[in-house]
Design a binder for this molecule. Structure first.
Ligand code: DAH
Length: 340
């Protein structure tokens, strides 16, 4: 009898399993009800009682070998389309989904809009492809005037004067044309300039424009509004200062600086040792601009201001290269999160 076991053992060992069909014929030949192992188990009753234990052990070993060989072959040869659902643990928690984060320009834009919303400003938007009148002429840039060179423009070929807007001030004009004061709007959006791309300049960037027109609006209102903005944006201890400047559409015009939030005004390399950071242009809307847009300059007055969103983001986050905003490198972007 043990010869028989040896014989089956070598048959099991020599049986080559290379295909799925052979896996099944192996099972049928040795492990099924009609297989050789079942048959040899049934011999047990014919064995002399004193030899039964040893015989039983040998047949069990043989059976184990055959089963291991069969299971291994089954695993190896079953392809991925086979149903492996029995191996799945459906109670395991899922893979966490990686959440995206808002772009820093979006985060800062929303903060600026929020700050002005709280004092009654609404968002107004305008087209990025703009005609000469809204981008320049209505804003007191006379034709051929050198002030137009302040902003290098991308003109549309064959479309006289039509251009990618160089600033969001064009939206002021559209808003004033559309309705009478009181007007309180904030206009965020993309602007374009024909500039060589560098760490400090780009052909595409974002601005926010503000406009307030009503009866009796004064320069003091402008100053107080900008102080409020600076403190909301850069912290409650922020100070501002206004320096005389020139823009064709405001009179008087000013440049606003905020005290450096990095060094607290002591002087550092971000503020170039001055303690101040230049943030925006502003001024009282020139009466000629009001007239151009259909608003009675004898009754109404107002102020306007404009700032670069990337510039604010660079100052808030300590970013040194403007190009980072446009490269969309996830390693850069994932560092920014909306404040709760
Ligand atoms: N439009 C100006 C620029 O692009 C920024 C600006 C300055 C806007 C003064 C204003 C303003 O509304 O009053 O540089």
């Amino acid at each position: 009898m043990s010869d028989k076991i040896e014989e089956i053992l070598s048959e099991v060992e020599e049986f080559a399993i290379n295909t799925k069909e052979e896996v099944e014929s192996f099972r049928l030949k040795f492990l099924s009800k009609k297989g050789k192992l079942t048959a040899i188990f049934s011999e047990l009753k014919n064995i002399a009682p004193e030899e039964r234990k040893a015989f039983g052990q040998k047949v069990n070993e043989l059976k184990l070998k055959a089963e291991v060989k069969w299971k291994n072959a089954l695993n190896e040869l079953s392809d991925s389309s086979d149903d492996k659902s029995s191996d799945l643990d459906l109670t395991l928690p899922g893979e966490p989904i990686k959440l995206g984060s808002a772009h820093p320009v979006t985060i800062i834009r929303n903060q600026i809009v929020d700050i002005f919303n709280r004092i009654g400003y609404n968002v107004a938007e305008g087209p990025e492809i703009e005609d000469d009148w809204h981008n320049f002429t209505a804003l007191n840039f006379p034709p051929e005037h050198p002030a137009r060179d302040m902003q290098d423009t991308f003109f549309m070929e064959n479309l006289d004067g039509t251009a990618l807007r160089t600033h969001t001030s064009s939206v002021q004009v559209r808003v004033m044309q559309q309705g009478q004061p009181p007007i309180r709007v904030i206009s965020p959006g993309r602007v374009y300039r024909n500039e060589a791309i560098s760490a400090r300049a780009h052909c595409l960037f974002h601005q926010v424009e503000g406009l307030y027109i009503d009866k009796g609006v004064s320069f003091a209102d402008l100053k107080q509004t900008l102080l409020y903005f600076a403190r909301e944006m850069f912290g409650e201890n922020s100070q501002i200062r206004l320096r005389p400047s020139y823009f064709p559409f405001t009179e008087p015009s000013a440049e606003m600086d905020v005290s450096c939030n990095i060094c607290g005004g002591e002087g550092c390399n971000i503020c170039k040792q001055t303690g101040w950071l230049e943030i925006m242009g502003c001024g009282m809307v020139d009466p000629d601009v009001l007239k151009n847009c259909g608003i009675d300059a004898e009754i109404y007055s107002g102020f306007a201001f404009g700032m670069g969103i990337e510039r604010i983001a660079m100052l808030k986050y300590g970013i040194k290269d403007l190009r980072l905003f446009f490269e969309n490198d996830v390693r850069f972007l994932e560092q920014f999160h909306n404040p709760d």
